[in-house]
Design a protein around this ligand. Sequence first.
Ligand SMILES: CC(C)(COP(=O)(O)OP(=O)(O)OC[C@H]1O[C@@H](n2cnc3c(N)ncnc32)[C@H](O)[C@@H]1OP(=O)(O)O)[C@@H](O)C(=O)NCCC(=O)NCCS
Length: 190
Amino acid sequence: MLDQPVPGDADGVFEYCQDPVFERFLTVPWPYRREHADGFLSEYVPSGWMSDREYTWALRDAPGADLLGVIGLRLTGDSVAADASVHRMGSIGFWLGAPHRGRGLMPEAQRLVADWAFSSGIVDVLHWECLIGNVASARTAWKSGFRFSGVGPSVAPHRDGTSPDSWQAHLAAADDRTPQPDWPAEALAR
Ligand SMILES: CC(C)(COP(=O)(O)OP(=O)(O)OC[C@H]1O[C@@H](n2cnc3c(N)ncnc32)[C@H](O)[C@@H]1OP(=O)(O)O)[C@@H](O)C(=O)NCCC(=O)NCCS
């Protein structure tokens, strides 16, 4: 289930964010200190909800249970497609604590966020990206029905301010959410 991350989740966030995989693939501060977890939960998450700029949820097994990970939807504005149609875009980002990976939780969370975002009309296209090599992340987007759109500079700047090449994909409100054939083999290689 998804609900609001709260300040009491700071121990879990701090612990999970010591994972070296986060240094390699995420934009979170590094080294990740306890104050980063406190600031994320007490300031960043609530201000994102209040300003309607970024919605962040906690993944849990049950209400009030420990936080397992997070998923966020950042609104990135309108985009004009090649056919001149205008789309309301949102970008998803996510992580799970290492012990909770491999259970299919993140594809399920992506489905819930997409259902909410599309049915509420907040966005009509979701953007996903990951640094090249993050196969676990790519496999979740592929399973959720995203269409691979290519390699390009990351939309979200990395912590050093650069925009490294990333695998990118999109999911539109009208898409059927089944795995799409247009993904390169190296992005899905187990
Ligand atoms: C990406 C991530 C959220 C996937 O979530 P998940 O709920 O584990 O997703 P799934 O269960 O569908 O597994 C996805 C893939 O992870 C890999 N995987 C499976 N078990 C794993 C484990 N215990 N540890 C790491 N990766 C595992 C497999 O390649 C799997 O694909 P498969 O099920 O088709 O074989 C998770 O690996 C993670 O938090 N990674 C670190 C943070 C990160 O990279 N976030 C994304 C940034 S773009």
